[in-house]
Ligand binder design. Sequence first.
Ligand code: XMP
Length: 318
Amino acid sequence: DWTMGAYREQAIAAIREQVGDEQVICGLSGGVDSSVAAVLLHEAIGDQLTCVFVDHGLLRMGEAEEVVTMFRDHYNMKLIHAQEQELFLGELDGQSDPETKRKIIGKLFIDVFDKHARPIGAKFLAQGTLYPDVIESVSFSGGPSVTIKSHHNVGGLPEKMDMKLVEPLRELFKDEVRALGVELGLPPSFVGRHPFPGPGLAIRCPGEITRDKLEILRRADAVYIDQIRKHGLYDDIWQAFVAILPVRTVGVMGDGRTYDFACALRAVTSVDGMTADYYPFSHEFLGETATRIINEVEGINRVTYDITSKPPGTIEWE
Ligand code: XMP
């Protein structure tokens, strides 16, 4: 793509100009935006870049391995894999209020990032902020603002650590970021991944989080995504995931009674995540997926499909 080729060269020159020979740190979530930002920065400044990948124990199945393999082993980036599952799950233990859960995760995320970033002595913090993020914060200024959900990012960190921001994607929209990612050699399958929220599976596990529930959720989610890919629907959907419900229900399996968790499947189409419509799966698809989840995932005996659009719903359950 000619446009993205030109953008890439110009962005690389701008990054070099801005950071000189200083160290830069970048929070890598494994999502498309931070991944494209990291690869672009790495191309511009090589080993002056250190990425921090915080594993809070709320990732999907196989996610941490995928990110570490791609960035450390394939791209040879300096990557800190901060394994902080005990810390996060410990602090979240017994917490069921959605905003409390988000605040705990956001605060710990900054603490962990700070702990690993400080010794590097970085003068710059790189973020994969996109144009819509910039617009959104501007358009709300001055008017009344309502916080529906406190979003998780590394806000507050630049002041705390006296760093300046590097935001090489701030002129781009999501589809342009994807095109730039492909231009930079990221695999199309990676660049086309559905967005994944910073608080991860915590907000797909309404109520109290337990390790058992997280494990059941990971396995159900993997079956659901596998179904969506097998039916060739992945790229038509903005986001798809399973939420495990904080309720157990009675079922029957063979000649036995079961008493296991219910789950909800979610799939939406959207342009920017601000509004969304539920995805109109066929009944055959839904039936087959429910059967697979119940047969393959111990701990779930009931599957529902969430047909709420946004508004009035939100995409995530918390
Ligand atoms: P909601 O649930 O508000 O989500 O309709 C809209 C989009 O934002 C994602 N999301 C988040 N992303 N940090 C993120 O990086 C967060 O705290 C967060 N909360 C929601 C959500 O997955 C959807 O794409």
